[in-house]
Design a binder for this molecule. Structure first.
Ligand code: C2E
Ligand code: CA
Ligand code: CA
Ligand code: CA
Length: 274
C-alpha cells in the first residue's frame, strides 16, 4: 500500500497486485536460474556486407527455463538490471562468450565477439578488474572482444566515460548500440571513447524506400568517418536494405538476412559452411 492519497493510502489496485505477484515469481525463478546457470548464449553473425565475409558475432543470452522453455532477454534483463542480478549474470555471460570465442580461435576462426553490457555493469565497482580477470582466465586476446553499450549508460557522463577509457586501454573495443534513438546522440558522440557505431534497426527497417532513413544512415556514416569510427547496421532482413546501406557507405551488417542468433552447435555448423 502506498502512503499517498487523501486519507493517507491509495485504493487497492488488483491489476497492480497481480503484476507484482508475477514479478515476484519471475524474480525468484531468475535468482534460482542464475545459481543453476540455466542460460545459453546464442551467437548472431556480423558480416562485411560487400564481401559476405563473417567478421564476428554478437552474444545474446537466453534463459532456458526447465518448464517454461526459452525466455527471451527482453523479459528478464530489465528485472536483472533492477535487482542487481545483472552483475553475476553479466559476469557469467562475459566469461562464457570469451571462453567460447577462444575455443573458436583455437580452431582457426579469427572472430571478434561482441558482448552487451548494461548500464548497471558500467557502474559496478570492479568492472575493469573483472573483465581483465575473465580475459586472463579464458586466454582470449582482448582485441577479439568488443563490448556493446547504449546511451543509457551516460546518466553520469564523466564516470561512464572514464570506465570506457579504462576498458579501451585494455585493448578491448567499444560499440555504441541502438545509435540514433536517444535525444542527444549527435551532440555527444564526438566526446565518447567508442570504436564503432551501431545504427539502430529502426533506421534500417525502411532504408530501402525511405529517403529520411537514407539521409540518417549517410549522416551517421559521415560522422563516423570523421571521428575515425566504424559503422554497422543491425536488423537487416532484406537484400534491398543491403543495397541501400552500401550506397550510403555502410559496410558492416547484422540481421536475419544473414542469420538469426544461433545456439553454439548451430554456430559451429555455420562456421564449417563458411
Ligand atoms: P540488442 O542488443 O539491440 O540486440 C538485437 C536484438 O535484435 C536481438 O534480440 C536479436 O536477436 C534481434 N535481431 C537480430 N537481427 C534481427 C533482424 O534482422 N530482425 C529483427 N526483427 N530482430 C533482429 P534479442 O536476442 O531478443 O535481445 C533483445 C535485447 O536484449 C538486446 O537488444 C539487448 O538489449 C538485450 N540483451 C540480449 N542479450 C543480452 C546480454 O547478454 N546482456 C545484456 N545486458 N543485454 C542483453
Ligand atoms: Ca547489442
Ligand atoms: Ca541494438
Ligand atoms: Ca536494444
Amino acid at each position: 500500500v502506498k502512503s499517498r492519497g487523501r486519507n493517507g493510502f491509495d485504493f487497492f489496485d488488483p491489476t497492480m497486485e497481480a503484476k507484482s505477484l508475477e514479478r515476484i515469481l519471475l524474480e525468484n525463478e531468475l535468482r534460482k536460474a542464475i545459481e543453476q546457470k540455466h542460460f545459453q548464449i546464442y551467437y548472431q553473425p556480423k558480416m562485411d556486407i560487400s564481401t559476405g565475409k563473417l567478421t564476428g558475432m554478437e552474444a545474446l543470452v537466453r534463459w532456458m527455463h526447465p518448464e517454461l522453455g526459452v525466455i527471451p532477454p527482453n523479459r528478464f534483463i530489465p528485472i536483472a538490471e533492477e535487482t542487481g542480478m545483472i552483475l553475476p549474470l553479466g559476469e557469467w555471460i562475459l566469461h562464457e562468450a570469451c571462453r567460447q570465442n577462444k575455443e573458436w580461435h583455437d580452431q582457426g576462426f579469427e572472430l571478434k565477439v561482441s558482448v552487451n553490457l548494461s548500464a548497471r555493469q558500467i557502474y559496478q565497482k570492479d568492472l575493469v578488474a573483472m573483465i581483465r580477470q575473465t580475459l586472463t582466465e579464458t586466454g582470449l586476446d582482448p582485441k577479439w572482444l568488443e563490448l556493446e553499450i547504449t546511451e543509457s549508460i551516460f546518466v553520469k557522463m564523466e564516470e561512464a566515460t572514464c570506465v570506457l577509457q579504462q576498458i579501451r586501454e585494455e585493448g578491448i573495443q567499444i560499440s555504441i548500440d541502438d545509435f540514433g534513438t536517444g535525444y542527444s546522440s549527435f551532440s555527444y558522440i564526438k566526446s565518447l571513447p567508442v570504436d564503432t557505431i551501431k545504427i539502430d534497426a529502426s533506421f534500417i527497417r525502411d532504408v530501402h524506400h525511405n529517403q529520411e532513413s537514407q539521409a540518417i544512415v549517410k549522416a551517421i556514416v559521415t560522422i563516423a568517418e570523421s571521428l575515425n569510427m566504424n559503422v554497422i547496421a543491425e536488423g537487416i532482413e532484406l537484400s534491398d536494405q543491403v543495397e541501400a546501406l552500401q550506397q550510403n557507405g555502410c559496410g558492416l551488417g547484422q540481421g536475419y538476412l544473414f542469420s538469426k542468433p544461433l545456439a553454439k552447435s548451430d554456430f559451429d555448423e555455420y562456421l564449417r559452411m563458411q
